[in-house]
Design a protein around this ligand. Sequence first.
Ligand SMILES: [Mg+2]
Length: 325
Amino acid sequence: MQENDFLEFVARQTPAHPRVPVNIGDDMAVVNLFEPAGAGAADPRALLKIDQCLDGVHFDLARHSLTQAGRKAVNRCLSDCAAMACEPAALLLAVTLPHGATAAMAQELFLACRDAAARFDCPLVGGDTAIWPQTEQRLAITVAALGRAAPGVTPVLRSEARVGDLLVVSGALGGSILGHHLDFEPRIELALAVTRAARISAMMDISDGLAQDLPRLCAASSVGARVDGALLPLTPAAHELATSDGKSSVFHGLCDGEDYELLLALAPEQWAKLAPAAAKERGGIRLAGVPLTVIGAVTSEPELVVVDAGQVRPWPRGGWEYQSG
Ligand SMILES: [Mg+2]
């Protein structure tokens, strides 16, 4: 089963509802809790997200600790709060423990989740636990986040990127399998700082890799994109993998996934507004302690392209190999 196909099915089979102002498919769902009372009134929107983290898929308890697993499960949800530039208001946690799990295991997992959420002043307010009756079943952690608009910040959707916007990523991409996928920082502070300093057209977090996630932002906004491979900020891990597997480091930066960095689209004049708010860095700027790098621009053509050593190439959609080093 292709996840994108199933999500399209769900979207088709989900009737419009007056309390739901944003189509499904963004980083979080948006629900209006009350009728907006006009300019200056409280933002009526609640933002919602639920996410699963499975032993053997998202972590491996043979190699990783319960603390690492719990922290990752919570941080994945908080990364989606960053993607919308909302404040995480509360989390719910549901855990299905493996057969024979002890109280100490449940406690370690709970404390890891609680502490990861507390890092962003987000209380863990409820949940549920169960234990698999069969010995072969593995740990499943489900986290639901409730977000709210931060003061002075309008939550940012995927769907309003405009032709001519610059495409910007936070941090560096690629090679998360070497450790970053367990140990990333949800970019909430950055998201709030950036949206307070400039008008961001569209934003999402890069969870499945830029190669898969940028097309989602473009589809939601009905635009195309042109990315310059030479501008991609790459992690040391992307370079390390490239030396061992023969693929290029740019390929790893585009395709690896689990970066949990932010992808932003904003007009050039909004990018210029960010510069005074940030320490200028080589080729980019730094905000809330995190580098931001322009990697390309939003275009009117429906397709996405990547510029590779001056040549325009089609966007990598699986099995594609970047040509230059
Ligand atoms: Mg997301």
